[in-house]
Design a protein around this ligand. Sequence first.
Ligand code: BTN
Length: 265
Amino acid sequence: MAVGLDLTRLNRLLTTSRIGRSLQYLDETASTNDDARRALAEGASAGHTIVADAQTAGRGSRGRVWASPAGTDLYVSIIDRLQVALPDLPPLTLAVGLAVAETADELLRAAHTTEITSQVKWPNDVLLAGRKCAGVLVETSVGHAATEGVIIGIGLNVNREQFPPELTATATSLRLARSTHLELDRTQALATLLKRVEARVDQFVAHGAAAIVPELEARLAYLGQRVRCNQDSGVLRGVGPSGALLLETPQGLRSCFVGPIELDN
Ligand code: BTN
């Protein structure tokens, strides 16, 4: 039987100072990112978080659909108000991706699954054993000098056991990563996620993208492998201080600023 979200328990488990302290839970919605955009326009406070059990029009990056069935996973949108200039904002996705990867590891370790370490597939995917278990979709609302509002959308496959045929080879969930395939506690998963995201967002705002690069590179998918990013193909050598992907190509070291990337065999 699917274990639902227990909001009273979530309040007890929550260790954040702002994210999730104001929280709206919906049984079903079109897209929590759309709800968050409306809430932002209506003046929602920094850290206000919208969580849905199911989405009927969940959105992924590049206009893709984020399938969002009920009862299994986490669909979360966090509103934040960050004093970060718009050109400096794209690596926020990496900071959040790192936080989601850390969440996956923390939950799996707590569930005695120690043999898998999650990876960040630049720029917005989190992988377990090479399969995608989470995605990040950051959207903005821009003011004059600095970024006014940010919407941090996260889809984390916690307990899903089945995917549409086109995703079965490439998608996974925390539950499927456990050798026992036993269900995880979604309420604990949400509390851990919000804690990890707040910590990395605060670090990013205080110290910039360069501060997260070492830990990001330690769990960067495809490091040392040949990948394709837009027109470039080369060996993935790391992430630069501004969050760009670094590819070693026959023409020298190239920076890639916009995803996606794919293995180039
Ligand atoms: C991606 O990997 O392409 C990003 C997926 C982001 C999905 C989340 S689920 C919560 C929030 N609401 C949405 O409609 N999308 C994001």
